[in-house]
Ligand binder design. Structure first.
Ligand SMILES: [Zn+2]
Length: 176
């Protein structure tokens, strides 16, 4: 006979995935081959968000959060800081000198080498907690596609991180 008091540990976890696209330049500091040259990519980011409280919590409409809010917050940040910018590792003084010399210029100083792995990690650990914090969702996974065939994935385990300091692009443009 079916025991109604039996505890079931099956739960449903809801998540949303939003695609975001931007273009940026970078080079990989200390790379042993062609990635040490200045070059760029048409990047695609897949960001997966889950309810901050976990599980299948939805609003009165039945949403984890409206897709347009993820786009507005995350793509807004990407457009302002990484799109058409040059991503430079803070220890790469030679590349920093170059991007500071050209005018107009837009560059973003990264605390780590700007590999797809580190970009995914930065979006997950630093950007998402700052820009999504008040929406009741947290980012669980970020994939950064550098080409149509290759992506790096950063996945959070454990509790959400508190927001840490978020850097901004340096933009020098005498035309504006
Ligand atoms: Zn590259």
């Amino acid at each position: 006979m079916f025991d109604m008091s039996e505890e079931h540990d099956s739960t449903t976890q809801l998540a949303l995935i939003r695609q975001l696209k931007f273009c940026a330049g970078h080079r990989l500091y200390r790379h042993e081959s062609k990635c040490a040259f200045f070059h760029g990519h048409n990047y695609r980011v897949d960001i997966e968000v889950v309810p901050a409280a976990g599980g299948g919590e939805v609003d009165v409409v039945g949403r984890v959060v409206d897709f347009s809010l993820i786009k507005r917050r995350m793509l807004g940040w990407l457009d302002a800081n990484w799109d058409h910018a040059f991503l430079v590792f803070e220890e790469d003084e030679n590349a920093l000198a170059a991007v500071r010399m050209v005018e107009p210029t837009k560059y973003f100083v990264m605390p780590w080498n700007p590999t797809a792995e580190n970009m995914a990690r930065y979006l997950l650990e630093v950007v998402a907690p700052n820009v999504l914090g008040d929406l009741g969702v947290v980012a669980r996974r970020v994939a950064v596609w550098e080409t149509e065939e290759a992506c790096a994935v950063a996945t959070r385990s454990g509790n959400a991180l508190p927001p840490c300091e978020l850097a901004a692009a340096v933009c020098v443009d005498a035309r504006s």
